[in-house]
Design a protein around this ligand. Structure first.
Ligand code: SF4
Length: 415
């Protein structure tokens, strides 16, 4: 089932993404350096230095949406590597092995000169290590540190009191790694890192995410929901990959205004809304129609995904030391989404804020903490159904899932 998008900002973000990628391919063909970055590493440094970059997970989501992930996973398997583990990054690794890269979506992903990933989990690190062995590719790994004691209300502390939320030891480590990354990039690309430009980029990111925060809060308190996740995900995530640009800041503002207008004129994703659903997990990129299937028959609307919510709560960092503030944005990023009690308490907070009636939880193999997320939500009174599948590997997703979710809506959520 194809998803139907109705928001102008979602359409504009899609258009911009195509033009941006064509321009990126041109720049790389002209000899500029190209970086491939994992989603939760500090893109802001590459933005500041005007080094063209793309995001590994964005590329995998595009490949999955084009129903092409099987092809890239096959290339991974042919090299003797597992095709059934951490597919979100393995799909993009497969593009490095493609004998016909230009046959890929949108003309194909150019070959990167530098890749940056963090060492979260055993598999992610290995995927990037293998990639770093390709000729001409340098892998710059970032550590993944942990803290024993964490303040649970991180979403209240992060904007201004991030030192307290994350802890000085983790911030010291990542700040030093980022300073080294800047030196490495200056040496290898010949580009200069300008502190005043960096401050501008950091300020634009905060402005963008402040708009996202207003949008999240507006959707949370509006009944029936003005839009579902099929519109909110592209409107927030495509601009997220352009963080630190005026375009991204401005479209975040227009996204808010468009949602505001829908609220003011009483437009709804599903006027006969009977249930508000939360989707926990990564986007089901090969079947975005999934999220709209339950509206007509059950009046059940997916009003929540992590994408707008983490934009609202996870990125904003103020402070006079921009490099340390940037480190604070990413030192605990994975924890915010996947490590209890940070993640589990946050999902419960968001479920309450949005008046959620039921939670559909996509459990993939690699993100940690799923058990605690489901348990915390159930303990707080929210019904949870788990789907076990990988979000870019359609081979793992069975037809029976839609039926199961339908039965759960009838028997549990709407009963
Ligand atoms: S269960 Fe947790 S702590 Fe133990 S090996 Fe696995 S990831 Fe590490």
């Amino acid at each position: 089932m194809r998803s139907v998008k109705s928001l102008a900002t979602a359409a504009e973000a899609g258009r911009h993404q195509r033009e941006w990628f064509a321009d990126l391919r041109r720049r790389v063909a002209d000899g500029e350096p190209f970086a491939l970055l994992n989603a939760d590493v500090p893109h802001e440094i590459f933005r500041t230095m005007d080094i063209p970059y793309a995001v590994s997970q964005w590329w995998a989501s595009l490949v999955a949406a084009k129903q092409r992930s099987g092809h890239y996973l096959e290339l991974v398997r042919q090299r003797g590597y597992p095709d059934y583990s951490e597919q979100y990054n393995a799909v993009t690794l497969g593009s490095a092995f493609d004998p016909e890269p230009e046959a890929g979506p949108w003309g194909g992903l150019p070959k990167p000169d530098i890749i940056v990933g963090d060492a979260t989990g055993d598999v992610t690190r290995k995927v990037f290590d293998i990639w770093g062995h390709e000729p001409g590719v340098t892998f710059y790994p970032l550590e993944s540190a942990a803290e024993n004691e964490v303040p649970v209300n991180w979403w209240e502390l992060m904007p201004h009191r991030w030192e307290q939320a994350v802890g000085p030891a983790r911030l010291d480590l990542l700040t030093a790694e980022l300073e080294n990354l800047v030196r490495f990039l200056e040496t290898t690309t010949g580009r200069r890192f300008s502190e005043s430009r960096f401050r501008e980029v950091m300020a634009l990111v905060n402005e963008q995410e402040e708009w996202n925060r207003k949008t999240r809060d507006l959707i949370a308190r509006t009944r029936p929901a003005p839009l579902g996740v099929v519109d909110s995900i592209p409107s927030v995530m495509l601009p997220q990959w352009h963080r630190g640009t005026e375009w991204a800041r401005d479209i975040a503002k227009r996204f808010y205004e468009e949602v505001r207008e829908r609220v003011d004129t009483g437009q709804a994703a599903c006027p006969d809304e009977r249930a508000r659903l939360m989707w926990i997990g990564r986007g089901l990129w090969y079947d975005m129609g999934f999220y709209q299937r339950f509206q007509d028959e059950y009046g059940a609307v997916f009003v929540w995904s992590m994408y707008l919510a983490i934009a609202a709560d996870g990125y904003i960092r103020y402070g006079d030391d921009p490099m340390r503030a940037l480190a604070a944005r990413f030192a605990a990023f994975t924890d915010q989404l996947y490590t209890p009690p940070w993640s589990s308490e946050w999902y419960v907070k968001e479920a309450r804020l949005h008046g959620i009636d039921g939670v559909v939880h996509l459990v993939s193999d690699d993100p940690r903490g799923s058990y605690f997320t489901a348990r915390a939500l159930e303990a707080a009174g929210f019904p949870v159904i788990e789907i076990h599948a990988d979000n870019v590997d359609a081979r793992t997703f069975g037809d029976e899932v839609v039926e199961r979710v339908g039965r759960w809506l009838e028997n549990v959520v709407l009963a």
